[in-house]
Ligand binder design. Structure first.
Ligand SMILES: Cc1cc2nc3c(=O)[nH]c(=O)nc-3n(C[C@H](O)[C@H](O)[C@H](O)COP(=O)(O)O)c2cc1C
Ligand SMILES: [Mn+2]
Length: 487
């Protein structure tokens, strides 16, 4: 059921008519990005693109593999994004077992997670070719995405779909996060993990120990593994276990050649190396998924010690920019998959919507079953304290009868229901690294709007009005007589 690797997924895309091959030679500098941007903006996200001939490299490039609802579902082997939420709900919503028989019958369910633990293998496709003597990143078709990307001293190329593997030096726990990689030269890159992310936390620990930090950048794998690198999981949850759960088969991992970091065995390309504690260099600017350039800033430096890859490597990349782009669909998958986990902490939450225009962190609409005064404000403050929801700059809470997927209806309800003094919460706290609006980087204000119906206990001194609805009898009459009216 699980895809063996990236190329098996690409075959499925092709047989589903979801992949277009570009046969003429194209330039990895801006041209692939411009073509992909047009494709992302076409109806429903267009097709995945396979660029067979890329100037200056003997390897092909593939883009936009997740960039539609259909491809996002195909990537996770499901019919609808809610299917995974249902599997998670099924695991979570089990009444505590009362009898021994019930307890025993729970075991297979609990076992469900352990059977997805990553497995270590000794031989891996990603190590078909090993370049240890003179590793050279310039052989690979790494893209420049937007005109002002990078520094004058480099070509502005960035690895945009990297899975960065690190290990906590204290606990030995592995982490995998997607943090873009700025190419400085043949064997030196930036490491753009924001200070809030797990990779940065590992780095801080190595820094405190004054030890060199091993890391590995894997590119191209089964799509469930690529997606898992972007998922906002708690630090203690191994992304590769989560990927195993998504694909219903353990991820096979192999040890790097020059360190004991493990990477997915089915990867297309693996870049091994290390970071020296305290060494930083200007990273960026980079045309980002906000639709603006994220400013250049100091980030740790990654030194390449070895490159391994498949003989006929396929290089996957994503182009981020003004929405809708490919990553919007990955964000939508996250919205659906993580809803049951949010409901664990907030049982009143019915649904959420992270509009694509808000590029993940800028806005979140939430519907709740309200049963006590101040509950919407509790949800607002609570969400700001939960993992990457801390970045949500605007939280709008509405009653359960509002379908938050219908943005126009939600806007009408919010605009009518709000007293802007009573119902707005402004708070200060951490902001996403990519936010450019606040006076300082990574710190600023966020707003919560309680647009639920207000009660006396919440200070409302008047009766809440009734929403318009035609009487059933007249609606039925109009329905049956519709043709008589001559329409
Ligand atoms: C295409 C794409 C690019 C991303 N680039 C970065 C990045 O450069 N730096 C970063 O900190 N997060 C980036 N993210 C978000 C992280 O991958 C995401 O927050 C993830 O949950 C981090 O994993 P962690 O919690 O293990 O640190 C990116 C996400 C996507 C989809
Ligand atoms: Mn993590």
């Amino acid at each position: 059921m699980a895809y063996k690797d990236l190329r098996e997924f690409l075959n499925i895309l092709e047989t589903n008519g979801e992949l277009h091959r570009v046969k003429v030679e194209v330039d990895p500098i801006l041209e692939i990005s411009a073509i992909t941007d047009c494709m992302c903006k076409s109806a429903g996200g267009g097709k995945a693109l396979f660029f067979e001939k890329v100037r200056g490299s003997s390897y092909p490039v593939v883009t936009n593999i997740f960039g539609s609802f259909k491809r996002m579902c195909l990537s996770l082997g499901i019919g609808h994004l809610d299917d995974i939420a249902r599997r998670i709900e099924d695991l979570l919503n089990q009444a505590p077992p009362k009898t021994l028989v019930e307890k025993l019958s729970m075991l297979p369910k609990l076992f469900e997670f352990s059977k997805y633990l990553p497995k270590t293998v000794r031989h891996a496709p990603c190590q078909e070719v090993i370049e240890k003597e003179a590793p050279d990143l310039s052989k690979f078709p790494i893209l420049k995405c937007w005109p002002d990307d990078g520094q004058p001293s480099d070509e502005g190329r960035f690895i945009t779909f990297p899975m960065v593997f690190t290990k906590d030096p204290e606990t030995g726990r592995p982490n995998c996060g997607m943090y873009r990689i700025h190419i400085y030269d043949k064997k030196t890159t930036g490491m753009h993990w924001h200070i809030h992310k797990d990779g940065a936390r590992h780095y801080d620990k190595y820094k405190a120990l004054n030890q060199r930090m091993p890391a590995a950048i894997a590119v191209g794998s089964d799509p469930a593994v690529i997606y898992a690198a972007t998922a906002p999981l708690p630090e203690a949850v191994d992304e590769m276990l989560f990927a195993g759960f998504l694909r219903r088969e353990p991820v096979e991992m192999v040890k790097c050649i020059t360190s004991d970091i493990e990477v997915p065995a089915n990867s297309e390309l693996v870049i091994e190396g290390h970071l020296d504690p305290g060494e930083t260099r200007i990273e960026g600017p980079f045309g980002d998924h906000t639709g603006f350039y994220s400013a250049a800033d100091y980030y740790p430096v990654f030194h390449v010690t070895c490159i391994t890859h498949r003989k006929d490597m396929i290089y996957p990349a994503t182009i981020v920019g003004k929405p809708p782009m490919e990553d919007c669909y990955m964000g939508k998958a996250t919205e659906r998959i993580f809803l049951p986990l949010m409901k664990l902490d907030f049982s009143e939450i019915k649904d959420i919507n992270l509009p694509m225009e808000g590029v993940f962190h800028n806005a979140c609409l939430i519907s709740i079953r309200k049963s006590y005064p101040g509950q919407a404000k509790k949800v607002i403050h609570g969400l700001w304290g939960k993992g990457q929801m801390m970045f949500a700059k605007l939280l709008i809470v509405v009653d359960e009868d509002v379908d938050v997927q219908d943005i126009s209806y939600t806007a009408w309800r919010v605009l009518n229901n709000v007293d802007w003094k009573r119902d707005v919460v402004i708070a200060e706290g951490p902001l996403d690294d990519l936010d450019h609006s606040a006076n300082f980087p990574r710190y600023g204000a966020k707003m919560g709007i309680d647009a639920t119906r207000k009660t006396r206990e919440e200070g409302m001194m008047r009766e809440w009005p009734q929403e318009l609805a035609m009487s059933e009898e007249i609606r039925r009459r109009v329905d049956t007589r519709w043709k008589e009216y001559g329409f």
